[in-house]
Design a protein around this ligand. Sequence first.
Ligand SMILES: [Zn+2]
Length: 253
Amino acid sequence: MIHHMHHRTTILFAVLLLLVAAPVAAQEAERDLTKALTAEAQAALTPMEVIQLLKDGNQRFLNGEALERNFLGQVRQTAEGQYPMAAILGCIDSRVPHEIVFDKGVGDVFSARVAGNFINTDILGSLEFATAVAGSKVIVVLGHTECGAVKGACDHVELGNLTSTLANIAPAIYAVTDVEGERTSANKDFVQAVAHKNVDMTVQNIVNRSPVIRGLVASGDLIVVGAMHDVATGEVTFYEDAMITAESLSMAE
Ligand SMILES: [Zn+2]
């Protein structure tokens, strides 16, 4: 009998959930994805929905089904203001253009790029603007395979100002201790482990070094997630097991 009631309660709960979730999903399905985001459309999105929109865009890119956009039309739509869904911190690598690999248009995403996708004060400030001021719901730290900056850091390359740029990747190199073989760019497994570690550490650093961003995450308005772009296939894999959400923050405290 008790078991029976439990079952009915579960069904009732599921129906209620559907009723609550449906309007958001329907709204998003109806929204013309080739049009720039409005303030209302941005406000209606949850961080997890934004991650799904980024995944959907990458899948369209992989399928050769990128949406046809009128970029000049989007320029006119966004002339009065911008309401991007996400901020993406990636490498300067020419093979990882954010808007293209996520199939996004003008006004859809903030884009911060530096060789090796790490943070410093200026990039962190830029991410604070993108989220706390401009309302983005997700920060993606986007690493990529075959990263020249990571390889250079692994080989302790020294060249002009690049020497100090690559020093930002050193902590990830020292943190990788479980890969066999030599610790240079000749070892592909080592290079990729450092690229992955660098993404994970950057995700953590963003939340640890920015009380502004940490506050947005704690209130459920923002998720910080790492991802890896495979330059051989164009596929982006999200590291959702290591993403920082309000739940993961409260569990860590
Ligand atoms: Zn790179």
